[in-house]
Design a protein around this ligand. Structure first.
Ligand code: UD1
Ligand code: MG
Length: 455
């Protein structure tokens, strides 16, 4: 089958009014990736060599987004929504290029698995002209029913056109199908619109192909994989299913999730074996974690790279560009952005590190702040190997602290510090013997005098 060329035609012209959104429905995301991008990924995993995206509503926004998630896709605008067959024909130019297989998919069905698509393509390889992907929803109302006779698929009947008898059929059309490229345009061109909705139904090609004596079959996919998203409740449901699958995959690959249902992955999260993730952790896009790390509870991590045996959190926030080398530690209430924390360095408590490098083995005390922004530009702070920064220090960038540099607590450091130097950037302490007691006595008698006046 792998030698057969395949064009995936993804229908995404619908408005998605039930999302009640200014954004086209299929651009809403699960796991941080637009619905339609999940569909593209599944198509590619099933061997699609060409991609045709049929768009309509929000065409400009769709085109722009497609450049990111499917740069090689061709886009076709369906000016008027006259039905699914009409939508597929919007991609006529791509279909006529002579692909072996045409895989019709819906942009709002993000959980479709590549296996179900590959199974339908396999039927084409075995000689079928059309292979429809069916499924058995708990409640078939609203779906097209797969009408079979003598084990053969003879028609797909839309709910509105069903007889009472046909409404009882539980085997339904998931919407997606594989069509042999050599027959596709001829079959589609024969579709008419004399039905309850007055639309050109893609599903009609089943009867048309049957009438031509061609082989038409149905394959079966899971209910989940055919879940179409129409509103935000279904969006959340799909997110839940996706997260469930991903958590399981992570655990089976050797990652410990103590409370899996509280850990959220992105579509591209990478985690190595023997990493332990405590409850309530969020992974935004672009996170790569090696093996043996520990991510403590309530950490929020995106765009970060975490090497093996690092320790992160609890309550850590790693933002894009955070790069933790082996055994680095970023502790509670610390934020790291666009900064490298070299091997074994410690950023343990209540700290902000942005646009910086923290050298190997350096130790930053509680409340260390890199002052990286003057309201206009960002500046870099370089902290050398083995440096020590005392608690509550502000490091005003641009700044270099040399190897083994030592910063006294409470300092505001505005000038670079050479290797092994000690720097103070605070007012010198004055100690006045006995002055504490004297002050207390003065305040006490003032308070007593005030009280007497009030009486
Ligand atoms: C379709 C199937 C139905 C199946 C169901 C599964 C047809 C005729 N019916 O019905 O058998 O059980 O999906 O969910 O195919 N679209 C366009 N342009 C159009 C019309 C639709 O791009 O002119 C797109 C929509 O944006 C959507 C997809 O095609 O992504 C399906 O259209 P929709 O109207 O949801 O079809 P259903 O009535 O759900
Ligand atoms: Mg639908």
């Amino acid at each position: 089958m792998s030698q057969r060329s395949c064009l995936s035609v993804i229908l995404a012209a619908g408005e998605g009014t039930r999302m009640k959104s200014a954004m086209p429905k299929v651009l809403h995301a699960i796991a941080g990736l637009p619905l339609v991008a999940h569909v593209v990924k599944a198509a590619e995993a099933a061997g699609a060599t060409g991609l045709a995206l049929v768009i309509g509503h929000g065409a400009e926004e769709m085109r722009k987004a497609a450049q990111k998630f499917a740069p090689r896709a061709e886009t076709f605008v369906q000016e008027r929504r006259l039905g699914t067959a009409h939508a597929v024909l919007a991609a006529r130019e791509a279909i006529s290029k002579g692909y072996d297989d045409i895989l019709v998919m819906f942009g709002d069905t993000p959980l479709i698995d590549a296996g179900a698509l590959a199974a339908a393509r396999q039927k084409l390889a075995e000689g079928a002209a059309v292979a429809v992907i069916g499924f058995r929803p708990p409640n078939p109302t609203g779906y097209g029913r797969l009408v079979e006779k003598g084990g053969r698929l003879v028609a797909i009947r839309e709910e509105k056109d069903c007889s009472e008898e046909e409404k009882k059929i539980g085997f339904c059309n998931a919407g997606m199908m594989a069509v042999a490229g050599k027959h596709a345009l001829r079959l589609l061109d024969k579709v008419g619109n004399s039905n309850a909705k007055g639309e050109f139904y893609l599903t009609d090609i089943v009867e048309i192909a049957g009438a031509e004596g061609l082989d038409v079959v149905a394959t079966e996919a899971s209910f989940e994989s055919a879940l179409g998203i129409n509103n935000r409740a279904e969006l959340a449901e799909a997110e839940g299913i996706w997260q469930g699958r991903r958590r399981r995959e992570a655990m089976l690959s050797g990652v410990t999730l103590i409370a899996p249902e509280t850990v959220y992955f992105s579509h591209d999260t990478e985690i190595g074996a023997d990493t332990i993730v405590e409850p309530n952790v969020w992974f935004g896009p672009g996170v790569k974690i090696a093996s043996g790390a520990r991510i403590h509870a309530f950490s929020h991590i995106e765009g970060a790279t975490i090497a093996s045996n690092c320790d992160v959190g609890p309550f850590a926030r790693l933002r894009p560009g955070a790069d933790l080398k082996q055994k680095a530690k970023v502790g509670n209430f610390c934020e790291v952005k666009q900064a490298t924390i070299e091997e074994g360095a410690k950023v343990n408590h209540l700290t902000y590190i942005g646009d910086a490098r923290v050298g190997a083995g350096a130790n930053l005390g509680a409340g260390t702040i890199t002052c990286n922004y003057d309201g206009y530009s960002k500046f870099f702070t370089d902290i050398g190997e083995g440096a020590f920064v005392g608690s509550n220090s502000s490091l005003v960038a641009p700044l270099t602290i040399g190897k083994g540099g030592y910063i006294a607590s409470g300092s505001v450091i505005t000038e670079s510090v050479p290797d092994d130097a000690l720097a103070f950037g605070r007012a010198r302490q004055k100690t006045l013997p006995g002055k504490g007691r004297e002050l207390r006595e003065r305040f006490a008698s003032a308070a007593a005098a005030k009280k007497r006046v009030a009486e």
